[in-house]
Ligand binder design. Structure first.
Ligand code: CTP
Ligand code: CA
Length: 223
């Protein structure tokens, strides 16, 4: 019994992870997206499962295999990710928002392929709804963890997102650094909590980084 608690500290807990990019359709052959392999999110989902959690993975399009025993919801657009994530929210104990959500989506989606005509093409985009912000506003018992992908002033921007989105922890990573972020198998992250405590980590494999993140979540849960 005691042994199981140590090996599976998330036993009986529901953890939802979002991962990968979203795709915003422009016409039947074109879309807007963000850099994101999905590796970090999938590593968190896999590690949470191994630690005993019931895991739901809401994922945009990636080339990765869903970890065994993880319940998957496949989505494409930011809007679909918003709807799916919110529909699962009330049942979750922990939500970790690792996805690279498109901030803007085309105002007009062309039903037919847009043909080459002029030398320039101006496309109007409108803001998508911020999923994490919506979760923060509706937070009850959940532990809410967000990411902050930055290319400058990491600490300032990450702290701002922590406060503005009502998070319990923000995981910052400087995506302009070598060995950190997009497509890489490693990540250099800093974890910042509401009490202002900061935990910078060295470059780690995404599997090890995932374990570090989940260890902090356990601490936040008082386990
Ligand atoms: N996020 C989200 N919904 C969006 C945009 C972002 O849930 N429409 C989440 C991401 O999954 C991430 C966090 O918000 O956990 C921060 O994303 P990031 O792109 O770093 O910040 P933004 O708030 O989108 O601001 P900006 O891109 O201008 O830095
Ligand atoms: Ca963004």
């Amino acid at each position: 019994e005691k042994n199981n608690e140590i090996k599976e500290p998330f036993k009986g807990k529901r953890v939802l992870v979002t991962a990968g990019p979203t795709r915003e359709e422009l016409d039947p052959v074109r879309y807007f997206t963000n850099h994101s392999s999905g590796k970090m999110g999938y590593a968190i989902a896999s590690a949470a499962k191994k630690l005993g959690a019931d895991v739901t993975l809401v994922t945009g399009p990636t080339s990765l295999q869903v970890p065994e025993g993880v319940f998957v919801e496949n989505v494409t657009s930011a809007k679909e990710m918003y709807d799916k994530t919110l529909s699962h929210y009330s049942q979750q104990d922990v939500v970790i928002k690792c996805a690279a959500v498109a901030d803007y989506t085309p105002v007009t989606v062309h039903a037919n392929k847009f043909k080459k005509k002029n030398d320039t093409w101006t496309i109007e985009l409108k803001k998508t709804d911020d999923i994490l912000q919506a979760l923060g506003e509706r937070k009850e018992h959940q532990i809410l963890v967000g990411f902050a992908a930055e290319t400058e002033d990491l600490e300032t921007y990450a702290k701002d997102k922590l406060a503005r989105k009502n998070l319990d922890m923000v995981v910052g990573n400087d995506v302009s650094k070598e060995g950190s972020g997009f497509g890489s198998d490693t990540n250099e992250i800093v974890m910042i909590k509401r009490d202002g405590s900061m935990k910078p980590l060295p470059i780690l494999s995404k599997e090890k980084a995932a374990r570090e993140i989940l260890n902090e979540v356990l601490e936040l849960m008082g386990r």
